[in-house]
Design a protein around this ligand. Structure first.
Ligand code: HEC
Ligand code: HEC
Ligand code: HEC
Ligand code: HEC
Ligand code: HEC
Length: 249
């Protein structure tokens, strides 16, 4: 009689058992992890080599995030600016603003020597996590969702957990965060103020709410966000993925 089951099939049950075991372990670890977001990173605020102040440069001087973080919407990785970006305003051969201030001495040294400034990294995902900035910014997710009110920070700190739980919460309900693309870099945006200043947007949103019979109050900050987010998700067909391989590759 022909041997329908070659010898190697004998270990197939073992292989299946090992696979299922590994899978179960993964799920248990994932759930344990999800249940306990890593809270200890929140508040991390390392000393920086130069007392660079976001509140001053962004809120008082009105600089856009992209003036310095120039790759953030074009690339997966955000960049911290080189000394040349600062030199345009501060170096004596250019803008010369406060160029003799002791607080700027390390900057002048970096510019003259060509050595990079050793900024201390604040946000860092583990190596096994795949993250992409432009994929979020070009879909209407603002910096503020993941980094907090950087425009008000005199010293940058880790404001959000950026845990797996936080990523998944938004991937499941992006309507709580989606905003018009031109508002992504405006950290003071809220949907209610936006429609109160933009008649066309208000009409479009009101029509959408009526068409879908949404039960929301557009005069309420949260209600306006929910309506706006639901409409953008629908119109742009935003579908953030939740499978493990989206973020673990
Ligand atoms: C004039 C240049 C400049 C502008 C404008 C600017 N930044 Fe920065 N940013 C820096 C520099 C320099 C650092 C590194 C030093 C530090 O952490 O303060 C930094 C650091 C950061 C970090 C922390 C990076 C890390 O190590 O994890 C975040 C987040 C950030 N900026 C967000 C923003 C956002 C959001 C805006 C716009 C609202 C903005 N920045 C505008 C220069 C700038
Ligand atoms: C568009 C111009 C501009 C750019 C670009 C810029 N700054 Fe400034 N910066 C200013 C102005 C204006 C002030 C306020 C000066 C004052 O208080 O009179 C200032 C103040 C400062 C101060 C405080 C100086 C003191 O003694 O009070 C520091 C430190 C500083 N900047 C660092 C940086 C660094 C680091 C960068 C690059 C990441 C940078 N700046 C980029 C315009 C700029
Ligand atoms: C959806 C969440 C999310 C959004 C939105 C987001 N970031 Fe980030 N950002 C992260 C994560 C996660 C990291 C750590 C990434 C890593 O380690 O590879 C990070 C890291 C950074 C860094 C440090 C990069 C480095 O190499 O030192 C900067 C600067 C930064 N972000 C700026 C911004 C700016 C500016 C915006 C808005 C224009 C923004 N981010 C929007 C999640 C986000
Ligand atoms: C506030 C909302 C929000 C948060 C927080 C968030 N995401 Fe997303 N993410 C989105 C949206 C929206 C998309 C785009 C979905 C689409 O294009 O349909 C996306 C897409 C992605 C993609 C697909 C990118 C690609 O190349 O196709 C990855 C990977 C991702 N997110 C990883 C993360 C990780 C890791 C975190 C946590 C550190 C995170 N996200 C946090 C909303 C969020
Ligand atoms: C939207 C992005 C995203 C998706 C989808 C995702 N993860 Fe994660 N995961 C993360 C991030 C971000 C971290 C690291 C969090 C941190 O640094 O605190 C992480 C961490 C982990 C860890 C490490 C826990 C630890 O304590 O070190 C495990 C295990 C894990 N994920 C398993 C999974 C499994 C299994 C799935 C599918 C069910 C999954 N992840 C789906 C973003 C994601």
């Amino acid at each position: 009689m022909a041997n329908y089951f070659p010898r190697y099939t004998n270990i197939l049950p073992l292989k299946i058992a090992v696979c299922l075991g590994t899978l179960a372990l993964g799920v248990v670890v994932a759930f344990t992890y999800y249940g306990s977001p890593k809270a200890q990173v929140v508040g991390y605020m390392p000393d920086q080599p130069i007392p660079y102040d976001h509140e001053l440069h962004v809120t008082q001087l009105g600089l856009d995030c992209r003036h310095c973080h120039s790759f953030v919407e074009k690339s997966g990785h955000a960049n911290v600016p080189t000394a040349n970006t600062c030199a345009n305003c501060h170096h004596e051969t250019k803008g010369g603003i406060k160029s003799d201030s002791p607080r700027l001495a390390p900057l002048m040294e970096a510019i003259d020597s060509g050595k990079p400034i050793q900024w201390v990294r604040v946000h860092k995902s583990p190596d096994y996590v795949y993250f992409n900035h432009s994929a979020h910014l070009n879909r209407g997710i603002s910096c503020v969702e993941c980094h907090g009110q950087v425009d008000e920070m005199r010293v940058v700190f880790h404001a959000e957990p950026l845990s797996m739980g936080q990523c998944l919460d938004c991937h499941r309900a992006p309507e709580d965060a989606l905003r018009p693309l031109e508002e992504v870099f405006n950290l003071k945006y809220n949907a209610r103020d936006y429609i109160s200043k933009n008649e066309t947007a208000k009409n479009i949103l009101e029509d959408y709410v009526a068409e879908k019979s949404l039960d929301v109050d557009l005069d309420d900050e949260h209600g306006a966000q929910l309506a706006m987010g639901t409409m953008l998700k629908d119109r742009w067909n935003v579908r953030p993925k939740e499978s493990c391989f989206t973020c673990h590759r």
